[in-house]
Design a protein around this ligand. Structure first.
Ligand SMILES: N[C@@H](CCC(=O)N[C@@H](CS)C(=O)NCC(=O)O)C(=O)O
Length: 262
């Protein structure tokens, strides 16, 4: 198959856009990038391509696809793992999913969709709440570990089926869409708990290992994977999110002092 012509309209520090960058790297697809400044009003030519004005937007041989989850799913479906002669998945070359018209592919899609939905609807709001709400280390550790324990750890049971400590979601030998779609936010967690940023407790990692060992081990593998790690500008993420968290902490302290003075 000739290489498709791919253009990604992106802002490389946007976690949603990073989902597309991770996908393209893992599938080894060459692409052009067009930087979109999201701090400024979007220009007419971009709104003509994506009326919402958001990033990422993918142009694939001229067909435009928006919304990061849909972009990643489309690329994974267009470039699946090949099947071998017995009709089962071979993981000999990069791919994020088995073909969708195989039972294996269909069931993996369903499980991944459930997993990613749990991450985005349950864990992501807690994570952004910690940063934008200026949560204390004690509260954020409890909040994050609690939601991961309830919503995510049980779903990683499937990954542990073969007892292979190196596997990705659903016992995959290689990265799957589950890692692509959660990876940018795992990078946030592993960056923010570093002492130089300090928006999360440095103790978080040991609490995760103790209370959610499958998640702790899986997440460490995901953030260390080349295709995921390459999107991280650690200083940018660390300093930017730290500044937001510190701003929220200062606001909260100001509010409680005002109450005391009343
Ligand atoms: N649901 C969208 C969210 C994308 C998104 O929120 N992108 C942000 C940057 S991180 C953006 O484009 N913000 C500019 C705006 O909304 O005007 C997706 O998954 O693609």
């Amino acid at each position: 198959m000739a290489s498709p012509k791919i253009t990604l309209y992106t802002n490389p520090n946007c976690p949603w856009a990073q989902r597309a960058h991770i996908t393209l790297k893992e599938l080894n697809l060459p692409y052009e990038q067009v930087f979109i400044d999201i701090e400024k009003p979007r220009e007419e030519w971009y709104l003509a391509i994506n009326p919402k004005g958001q990033v990422p937007t993918l142009s694939y041989n001229g067909t435009v696809i928006t919304e990061s989850g849909i972009v990643a799913q489309f690329l994974a479906d267009a470039h699946p793992h090949p099947l071998n002669e017995t009709g089962t998945e071979t993981q000999t070359r990069a791919g994020l999913l088995p073909p969708s018209n195989s039972f294996e592919g269909a069931i993996q899609r369903a499980r991944i969709a459930f997993f990613v939905d749990a991450w985005v609807s349950k864990v992501y709001p807690v994570l952004t709440g910690v940063i934008l709400g200026g949560e204390s280390h004690g509260a954020s550790t409890e909040g994050l570990v609690g939601v991961i324990e309830k919503e995510i750890e049980p779903l990683l049971l499937v990954s542990a089926a073969s007892g292979d400590a190196d596997s990705f979601f659903g016992d995959s030998e290689t990265l799957t869409l589950a890692e692509v779609l959660t990876g940018p936010f795992l990078l946030w967690i592993f960056t923010l708990l570093k002492p130089e940023y300090g928006a999360l407790s440095t103790e978080l990692i040991s609490v995760l290992r103790e209370r959610v060992p499958r998640f702790a081990s899986w997440a460490s593998r995901v953030v260390a994977h080349d295709s995921v790690r390459h999107v991280l500008d650690e200083e940018w993420v660390g300093n930017n999110l730290k500044a937001r968290w510190e701003g929220a902490v200062a606001k909260k302290e100001g509010e409680s002092k005002e109450k005391e003075d009343e």
